[in-house]
Design a binder for this molecule. Structure first.
Ligand SMILES: *Cc1c(COP(=O)(O)O)cnc(C)c1O
Length: 414
C-alpha cells in the first residue's frame, strides 16, 4: 500500500501494520512469543547487536508484535519513534531511569495521576529535586524553573478534578528555555489531542486506558515527537552521542530504561492493545458524548453540589479545552450535596461499577478520597481540590439513555 498518502486517524491505525509485509498476508500482526531471534549467519547477529542493521535479538529490548504497536502509536501521535512499556507507570518511570541524574530538577504539575505523584516523591529521595506547581498557569511553571531543570511534566486533563494545564504557553516557555516538555496524553488520547501541536518533546500514553480501551491489558508508551533537540540535552551518555542527534533520546531510553530496568511490554498485551486501538476514535466519540450528557444532567440537579468536566461552560478552562481538544474527554467527577452519602449513592447504581480503572468500555465509578487518593492524606487532598465526597466517573460506551437513567435514579434517596 502507498506509503506517502495521508489517511485519516482510524484508517491509519487499521492499515499501518500492512505497510510492512506480514507473513501469509495476515491482517493482524501475529503474536510473536519467541523470546529470542536466531540468525543463520553469526556475523549478522553481531551486526544486529552493534546496531549496524535492524533486527531483533532478545525480547526485553524488542519484539515484532510490540514493534508494530510502537509504529502505530507513533502514527497516532504524529511522532518519530515510540517505545512501549509493561505499564503506563513503566513509561513514566523510564524518564527517571534514562534521562535524569542526581542533582537534576523536575517541574511537575501538582494535578497528576496519583501514582505519578508518588513516583516524583520517590525520585525526590534519590537525588532528583521535584517542584510541584499549579500548571493551569504558565507563570507558576516559569517561577519554579532553575538552572538544573531538565524537564517539565504535565497531564492534559488531570484526573480526577479535570484541571487543564496551560499546555500551549508551557510549550512555548520550554522551547524558549530549551527544556524537555513531557505531556501525559492519557486522558485525551491522540484522537482528542496531539501534544506535539503545543511543542511537547515526549508524549506519555498509558495504553491500559482508552487506547487499549477494554480493560484487558496493561501497557504504556513514550513517543518522541521529533521537536526536542537531544544534542542539547546534557544527560546523553557518550555512546549515544555517536548517533544522529534526533535518535539519541530514544536510543538511551530503550537501553537505559527498557533494557536495564526491564519493564517490557509482552507480545500478547501488545496484540490486545493494537486490536483495541482500532476502535479508539469510535469509542471516544461515544464515551465523550455520554460524559457530556451525564455531566450536564448532574450539574442541573439540585442534589449535586459540584460537577467537574471541561465540556461544561462552568469549567474554568472550558474555552481552552474547546480550542485544543476535539471533545472534553470521557472522565468527570462530582460531589453530592451534604446528606447524600457517596458510598450509598454508588451502591444504588446498577451500571456504574465501583472499580479503579478508567478508559474502559464500561462505566466505572470510584470514591476518590477513600481509595486512589487515600494514601496521600487529607492535607494534600485538600491542596489538590479533592473533597472527601468526590466521585470520579470514567464513562463507558453504554447507551446514553441507560446511563442517564441510572445516575438520575440513584439520586433518589429512599
Ligand atoms: C493510569 C494512568 C497512568 C499509569 O498507567 P498504568 O498502565 O496504570 O501504569 C499514567 N498516567 C495517567 C494519566 C493515567 O491515567
Amino acid at each position: 500500500m502507498s506509503d506517502t498518502k495521508q489517511f485519516g486517524f482510524t484508517t491509519t491505525i487499521l492499515h499501518n501494520d500492512r505497510r510492512k509485509s506480514i507473513e501469509h498476508g495476515s491482517l493482524h500482526k501475529p503474536v510473536h512469543t519467541s523470546v529470542t531471534f536466531g540468525y543463520s549467519d553469526a556475523r549478522q547477529l553481531a551486526s544486529v547487536f552493534q546496531g549496524k542493521e535492524p533486527g531483533f535479538r532478545y525480547g526485553r529490548q524488542g519484539n515484532p508484535t510490540v514493534s508494530a504497536l510502537e509504529d502505530k502509536i507513533s502514527k497516532m501521535e504524529d511522532g518519530v519513534a515510540s517505545i512501549c512499556f509493561a505499564t503506563g507507570m513503566g513509561a513514566i518511570g523510564a524518564l527517571f531511569q534514562a534521562l535524569l541524574k542526581a542533582g537534576d530538577h523536575v517541574v511537575s504539575s501538582s494535578f497528576v495521576f496519583g501514582n505519578t505523584n508518588s513516583l516524583w516523591n520517590t525520585v525526590a529521595g534519590q537525588g532528583v529535586d521535584v517542584s510541584f506547581v499549579d500548571a493551569t498557569d504558565v507563570a507558576n511553571v516559569e517561577q519554579a524553573l532553575t538552572a538544573n531543570t531538565r524537564l517539565v511534566f504535565v497531564e492534559t486533563i488531570a484526573n480526577p478534578r479535570t484541571q487543564i494545564a496551560d499546555l500551549a504557553r508551557i510549550g512555548q516557555l520550554c522551547r524558549e528555555r530549551g527544556i524537555l516538555y513531557v505531556v501525559d496524553n492519557t486522558m485525551t488520547t491522540p484522537y482528542l489531542f496531539r501534544p506535539k501541536t503545543v511543542g511537547a518533546g515526549l508524549v506519555v500514553n498509558a495504553l491500559t486506558k482508552s487506547i487499549g480501551g477494554h480493560g484487558i491489558a496493561l501497557g504504556g508508551a513514550l513517543t518522541d515527537t521529533g521537536l526536542f533537540d537531544w544534542a542539547a540535552y546534557p544527560n546523553i551518555a557518550p555512546n549515544f552521542r555517536r548517533l544522529a542527534s534526533s535518535a539519541q533520546g530514544m536510543a538511551q531510553v530503550r537501553a537505559k530504561a527498557l533494557r536495564d530496568f526491564g519493564a517490557s511490554l509482552g507480545p500478547e498485551a501488545a496484540h490486545h492493545i493494537a486490536v483495541g486501538a482500532e476502535t479508539l476514535a469510535l469509542r471516544m466519540e461515544r464515551s465523550c458524548a455520554n460524559a457530556l450528557a451525564l455531566a450536564t444532567m448532574l450539574e442541573q440537579d439540585e442534589r449535586v453540589a459540584a460537577v467537574y468536566y471541561p465540556g461544561l461552560a462552568s469549567h474554568p478552562q472550558h474555552a481552552l479545552a474547546s480550542n485544543l481538544f476535539r471533545a472534553a474527554g470521557s472522565l468527570f467527577s462530582f460531589e453530592l450535596r451534604e446528606g447524600i452519602d457517596c458510598f450509598d449513592y454508588l451502591n444504588r447504581l446498577n451500571l456504574g461499577i465501583p472499580a479503579s480503572n478508567l478508559g474502559d468500555t464500561r462505566t466505572l465509578v470510584i470514591p476518590v478520597a477513600h481509595t486512589i487518593f487515600f494514601e496521600m492524606g487529607p492535607e494534600r487532598r485538600a491542596s489538590m481540590g479533592i473533597a472527601e465526597s468526590l466521585i470520579r466517573v470514567s464513562v463507558g460506551i453504554e447507551d446514553t439513555a441507560d446511563l442517564l437513567d441510572d445516575f438520575r435514579s440513584a439520586l433518589n434517596v429512599a
